[in-house]
Design a protein around this ligand. Structure first.
Ligand SMILES: CC(C)(COP(=O)(O)OP(=O)(O)OC[C@H]1O[C@@H](n2cnc3c(N)ncnc32)[C@H](O)[C@@H]1OP(=O)(O)O)[C@@H](O)C(=O)NCCC(=O)NCCS
Length: 394
């Protein structure tokens, strides 16, 4: 019998040790723990117990997710781990159930996470709501076009200066882009803790004198020469982002620039004289979203101009979400009308921020069509002008 309860603060470190060992990593040192402990939110660190012994853990942090036309309170789920001698016995299932209950009680219509493996979370109703790509460029060949955006200046910062400045700059960087989440103070201190001593920071200042973008990067020396690995790069507009890329591609002694977790619509190839020099080496799932309260989550976003569509949602884990919803530009209601489309709550998550057109999920066999005219309407309702992107690990 597995019991799940919120851990007391005195038990937090045990939870982190258990999680780290589940990921086959060593537990944090005292110094690392001192930096990270602030990331654990009292009341939101869950422990699963078997006969009084801690055998699994999962935690969440209160956050807000940008959705088309607004923001929705969201529980940012992380540090999910089950002790190796207790896996495949339903410990995760028990933790997820308790966590959904807690997320709902806090009035968060959405839970979200980054998954270590793609096969774990869909069964609980999570779906891939944003994706990202990894790009790799040979510095000598990646030459910017003259008509690529240009302006402002870039300066490098010490880590201490960056620590003070970056939280403020992040606030200016595309705060309304669907998929974007907030970075509270403890996130910054915790994240610096994860990054190595060699990490460098560059900040872009716009022509108006305001700092409006930054890049966090790290030189890596290997058999293929020296690479700059970009951990984090964001800007308030295309000029800030282009100028940061120009800077990175101009650093002496560097052979390659490799950037992880970039937005799919970053126009890097359009800025280059030879677009093939922007090599996309991976496209992967980024943010997984779970609509824990489907009605509230659907109501939190806006919809494009189209006829309303009645959608039947299935939800085996939280069955009170199941039923028909009339979704239109004027809002969302529960409906007793005949459904035109049908889908599982995990598929709905893939539509939620506009990552996938409805028609793609129809082709994938993940949306059933009962009224063919509803597909084009649903594409227009859910479609967004901006490709969603999270870009923040947690
Ligand atoms: C992944 C992990 C949390 C799963 O915990 P668990 O207690 O073994 O999971 P459960 O027994 O509750 O399994 C629930 C379901 O998920 C499936 N499942 C769980 N982990 C899976 C995995 N890694 N691959 C495929 N299926 C998995 C189970 O087979 C089970 O399926 P069912 O509903 O059809 O019976 C645990 O194995 C673990 O800690 N792994 C290492 C750390 C890790 O990857 N953490 C995830 C961080 S995002």
């Amino acid at each position: 019998m597995i019991d799940v309860r919120a851990l007391a603060e005195a038990e937090f470190r045990d939870s982190v040790d258990l999680f780290r060992r589940a990921l086959l990593r060593r537990p944090p040192t005292d110094e690392e723990w001192a930096r990270r402990r602030g990331m654990l939110e009292p009341g939101r660190v869950l422990g699963a117990f078997d006969g009084g012994e801690l055998v699994g853990t999962a935690r969440a942090a209160s956050n807000r997710l940008a959705v088309p036309g607004g923001r929705v309170p969201a529980g940012a789920v992380t540090a999910v781990g089950v002790r190796a001698d207790h896996t495949r016995r339903g410990v995760l299932r028990a933790l997820v159930r308790a966590q959904f209950e807690d997320v709902r009680q806090r009035g968060e219509p959405v839970a979200m996470l980054h998954a270590t493996e793609a096969v774990i979370y869909e069964r609980f109703g999570y779906g891939v709501a944003t994706r990202h790509r990894r790009v790799e460029l040979e510095r000598a060949r990646a030459v910017f076009r003259d008509d690529a955006p240009r302006g402002g200046r870039v300066r490098v910062l010490t880590r201490e200066a960056a620590d003070l400045l970056l939280p403020e700059v992040y606030e200016r960087c595309a705060p309304d882009r669907p998929g974007r989440i907030e970075r509270a103070r403890p996130w910054w201190s915790g994240t610096w803790g994860f990054l190595g001593e060699d990490v460098l920071v560059a900040v872009h200042t716009g022509a108006d004198g305001v700092d409006d973008g930054f890049a966090v990067y790290e030189p890596k020396h290997g058999e293929r020469g020296t690479a700059l690995e970009v951990h984090d790069l964001t800007g308030a507009d295309a000029t800030a982002v282009a100028q940061l890329w120009r800077f990175l591609l101009g650093v002496d002694l560097v052979d390659r620039v490799v950037a992880h977790e970039r937005p799919l619509d970053e126009p890097l190839e359009w800025w280059l004289a030879d677009r093939r020099q922007c090599r996309v080496t991976e496209v992967a799932d980024d943010l997984w979203v779970r609509l824990v309260d489907v009605l509230a989550a659907l109501r939190a976003r806006s919809y494009g101009a189209a006829d309303p569509v009645v959608v039947e949602v299935r939800d085996a884990v939280l069955p009170d979400n199941a039923g028909c919803y009339r979704i239109g530009p004027d809002g969302v209601e529960r409906s007793s009308a005949a459904p035109q489309l049908g889908l599982d709550v995990a598929a709905l998550a893939a539509l939620y921020l506009g990552d996938q057109p409805v028609s793609t999920l129809v082709a994938a066999g993940r949306v059933e069509v009962r009224d063919p005219a509803a597909v084009a309407a649903a594409d227009r309702l859910f479609g967004t002008a901006v490709t969603p992107w999270c870009g923040t690990g947690f």
